[in-house]
Every structure is written in C-alpha cells, then in structure tokens.
Design a protein. Structure first.
Lengths: 135, 128
C-alpha cells in the first residue's frame, strides 16, 4: 500500500508539467515586460487595462513558480493562480466585449486572450487539468 | 536589405523565421514519436541563436548609424527576449530528457517567429 503511494508522487514539475511551466514562463515574460512598459510610458491612457496586465503578469509568475516547486504548498499556489487566471480571462474577456470603453488598450486577457492566440484561455484549463491529474 | 530601412527586416529575419519553424516541426515529430530532444534540435537552436544575434548586431549597427526604432522600449524588450529564447529552450530541453523536452523546443520555436514579427513591427511604427 505504502509502495503504491510512493509509486505515484504528486510531481507537477516533470514531463508535461515542464512544458506547462515553460509556456507559463513565456507568458510571464511577455506579460511582465508589456505591463512594465505600458505603466512606465503611458499609464494615464488606460490605467485599468495596465493594472490588469500587471496583475496577470504577477499571476503567471507565481503560477510558474508554484508548478515548478511542486509539493503541497506549490500545488495550492498553482491551483489558486490557475483559478484566478481562468476567472480573469473569462471575466475580462466578457467585460472587454461588453464595455470596450473601459479598455482603450489591450490587456493579455482582452477578448479572451485573442491577441495571444487564445492561449491565455487554454493555459489555466490545462494547468487545472494537470493539477487534477497529478493529484 | 534593399529598399527597406528596417535592419530587422531582411534575409536574416526570414532565415531565422524559417529555421525556427523547421526546428519546431522537427521537434514536434520527435515529441510525437516519444523521442527526447536530439542533436539536431540542439544544433538547430544554436543556429537559430546565431541568426538572432546577427539580427541584434544589425539593429546595433543601424542604431550606431543614427536610425531609431518606432517604439524603442518595446523594440529593445523584444530584442532581449528574442536572443534569450533559444538558450531557454535548450536549458529546459536538457532538464527534461523525455518527449516533453522536445515539446518544449517545439513550443519555444513556435513563439520565436511571432517575436521576430513583433520586433519588426516595433521598428516600423513611426510616431503613430
């Protein structure tokens, strides 16, 4: 029994998980530099959109770290981040269509992530699926 | 680079995009065949890195010649990110010597052409 338990460790940072971490890293870099640049150069134009970009960037970084560190704490962090992302991308996506005036400039999550090939929409779903599978 | 003023929009950029897509296709086949990243992928990434560094040098020469990108901040952000991508793929691929390592190489090599195109756009946008 104990052997079975150890035979399937809850590792989120190997195999497909590593690919997921790699994509999260790419999005962390993309979102961080974009948000940083927007806030530094033209914050007044669309403060809400840029703050959301910064929030998204933070969530991507924390999610990548959570997945990479594995373990119970890491899993919980990753779970929280993926949930926030999913809520964020769906919420901001819907909001950006309903009230485009609030989003004069694009965020990573606008239009359900259409500017990024809808990957921001797929990523949290894959993340949650991966957490579920390695649980 | 006849006609076009942009230093990042020539043979080098096209070669980088084509090579990147070829490596992505090769890595995808490897991933589908349950193969870990092989020499071809790593050599391809090294060649890609050389092309991207060449692109960075071309941009540096143009800057030295007094030319300026349309969006300097974004341009340099994309340039720095770009030259970091192949090494990132190589490091992650070596950490994961399974089919998923090949999948990582594939993913990064699909992102690279997008970044090259964005780099070109940030050079060209002129004042709005």
């Amino acid at each position: 029994m104990a052997e079975v338990e150890t035979a399937r460790p809850t590792r989120t940072n190997a195999g497909p998980g590593r690919l997921l971490i790699a994509v999260y890293l790419l999005f962390a870099i993309a979102a961080t530099s974009r948000a940083g640049l927007q806030i530094a150069t033209k914050f007044d134009q669309a403060p809400l959109a840029y703050l959301l970009s910064a929030l998204a960037a933070t969530v991507y970084i924390v999610a990548a770290v959570g997945l990479a560190r594995a373990g119970h704490a890491g899993r919980r962090v990753a779970l929280a981040c993926c949930t926030v992302e999913l809520v964020g991308v769906v919420g901001v996506g819907a909001f950006s269509l309903a009230r485009p005036d609030l989003f004069p400039d694009e965020t990573v999550w606008s239009g359900f992530g259409s500017g990024y090939g809808y990957i921001p929409l797929v990523l949290p779903i894959l993340g949650l699926a991966w957490l579920w599978k390695t649980r | 680079m006849t006609g076009a003023d942009s230093p990042v929009d020539g043979v080098l950029a096209v070669a980088a995009i084509v090579l990147s897509l070829l490596v992505a296709a090769w890595a995808l086949v490897a991933a589908l065949r349950h193969r870990a990243p092989d020499r071809v992928q790593l050599i391809g990434l090294a060649g890609l890195e050389l092309l991207l560094l060449g692109l960075a040098v071309a941009a540096g020469v143009a800057l030295g010649g007094g030319e300026r990108p349309g969006e300097p901040g974004a341009f340099f952000g994309y340039l720095v990110t770009l030259v970091c991508l192949p090494p990132l793929a190589a490091v992650l691929a070596r950490m994961e010597p399974t089919r998923w390592g090949s999948a990582i190489v594939c993913a990064v090599c699909l992102v690279t052409p997008v970044v090259v195109v964005r780099l070109q756009q940030t050079w060209e946008v002129l004042g709005g």
